[in-house]
Design a protein around this ligand. Structure first.
Ligand SMILES: Cc1ncc(COP(=O)(O)O)c(C=O)c1O
Length: 442
């Protein structure tokens, strides 16, 4: 009689999957899973409904499992599943780039496709370096970013990043990246929208120019409103001042709009919401409603022209790209999403909902553990008081919220609320009621 293999326990069976940005040991012992989703809701394997207060991860602007996107991807995979994006192309790549430029700030009408926000950030760094080089300013090799920034997880983006846990294990990163101070000031606590104080923090860029030579700086990267750290809207006048300094010093201003893009700020991009136009702009996430991986960099036309014209007449001009750049299925999803944006006026809808959303989230201020609330567009963060280890209470809140039927992401002790743009009043009421219930329990 043969010996049957001992059955792996459920926890053992979960071990091979190395989960990203997750407490692997805890999760595998107590998994918090989803098995399907529709509209504003996730469903657990047991069939429990969980309202999605974070658009998955800032992606699902149009609500989950949109038929139009699913059909478009399915048809695409049956028609042209893949073609190399180098030396070959398919029509939807051109069409999507063109449709995207209907929404990007005026002048940013050249689109380079990537597969993620992280890749978009590193691509933007390379575009900046390549541009200065062809303009005869190859000495511009330094970058400026900001504390508390998230610019993805590739080595370029990690070097720009201002979040210590994303950096501390990975050595020195790229040389020549300097950081401005973050903009979270105690006097701005509980500000609704853009805070009044802090525009002068933009002068940190000038200090770095004075220290390292503005003529040596290639680009200044900022999220117009920092997202992943926990919603830091720009102080009034701050982005305008950065723009002024960049223009004076010949530095490219890059807005990392991976979260703030596609309606989250109540305008197509943060650039329009805050009235400041960058030279390069990154996007990802909601461009396909999260249904297919895709990111992109939108560039000023003259940046594209300078790099392209400097290249040989019949040779590659920009030595960069990914096997899956402009993947046909991602382009099909993106085009279906462009139709949804137009048909459902999602961006206008987000703008209309924003004041109500902000007031509703700020009503949580009376919960004893809440120490700050920041908000802009359809994004907010509720800070809970540190209890023991920094981040422990935020983590506990996130778990209790899942159990109570609400999905969101915490960063440390900040609970980040960023619902799909299709949210209705009844969903907002449910989100606030569940948050209140859990905040009171902490
Ligand atoms: C501002 C910003 N940049 C870059 C990224 C990285 O995007 P991805 O996770 O798609 O690589 C993110 C992700 O949240 C982001 O918020």
């Amino acid at each position: 009689m043969g010996h049957a293999e001992p059955q792996a326990t459920a926890v053992e069976a979960r071990q091979p999957y190395w989960m990203p940005f997750s407490p692997n040991k805890e999760f595998k012992a107590e998994p918090k899973m989803f098995s399907r989703a529709k509209g504003m809701y996730f469903y657990t394997p047991e069939g429990r409904e969980v309202i999605d207060a974070s658009s998955g991860l800032f992606c699902v602007a149009a609500g989950h499992c949109r038929d139009e996107i699913a059909q478009a991807v399915f048809q695409q995979l049956q028609t042209l599943d893949f073609t190399a994006p180098f030396l070959r192309a398919h029509a939807k790549a051109f069409e999507l780039a063109e449709r995207i430029t209907h929404h990007t700030p005026k002048g940013l009408n050249r689109v380079f496709f990537t597969n993620s926000g992280s890749e978009a950030v590193d691509t933007a760094m390379k575009i900046a370096l390549a541009y200065h080089r062809v303009k005869g300013q190859a000495q511009r090799q330094l970058f400026v970013a900001r504390e508390r920034a998230y610019h993805g997880v590739n080595m370029g983006g990690v070097s720009l990043a201002g979040m210590v846990n994303n950096r501390r294990a990975y050595g020195v990163g790229l040389a020549g990246v300097y950081h401005m101070r973050h903009t979270a000031l105690p006097e701005n606590r509980f500000a609704k929208g853009q805070p009044d104080k802090g525009a002068d923090l933009a002068d940190d860029l000038l200090r770095l120019c004075n220290l390292y030579g503005g003529e040596n700086i290639a680009a200044c990267f900022v999220e117009p409103a920092a997202g992943s750290f926990g919603c830091l809207p720009p102080p009034k006048g701050y982005l305008n001042r950065l723009r002024e300094i960049c223009t004076q010093q010949g530095i490219l201003l890059v807005f990392d709009e991976v979260i703030t893009g596609w309606g989250r700020m109540g305008a197509p991009f943060g650039a329009q919401a805050f009235g400041v136009t960058p030279d390069l702009l990154t996007m990802a996430k909601a461009v396909t409603n999260g249904a297919q991986p895709m990111g992109a960099v939108a560039a000023r036309q003259d940046i594209y022209d300078a790099i392209t014209e400097a290249g040989p007449a019949k040779g590659v001009e920009f030595f960069h790209g990914y096997t899956y750049s402009a993947h046909p299925a991602s382009c099909a999803a993106g085009l279906a999403m462009m139709d949804i944006f137009a048909k459902e006026r999602l961006i206008e809808r987000a703008a209309a909902m924003s004041p109500k959303f902000i007031d509703a989230i700020h009503s949580l201020r009376d919960c004893g553990v809440v120490t700050d609330i920041r908000s802009v567009g359809l994004m907010a963060a509720v800070d809970v008081a540190v209890d023991g280890m920094p981040g422990a209470r935020g983590h506990e809140a996130q778990k209790r919220l899942y159990d109570a039927g609400l999905n969101l992401k915490n960063t440390g002790d900040a609970l980040i609320v960023a619902p799909p743009l299709v949210m209705e009043d009844k969903h907002l009421d449910e989100i606030v009621a569940k948050l209140r219930q859990v905040l009171k329990s902490l």
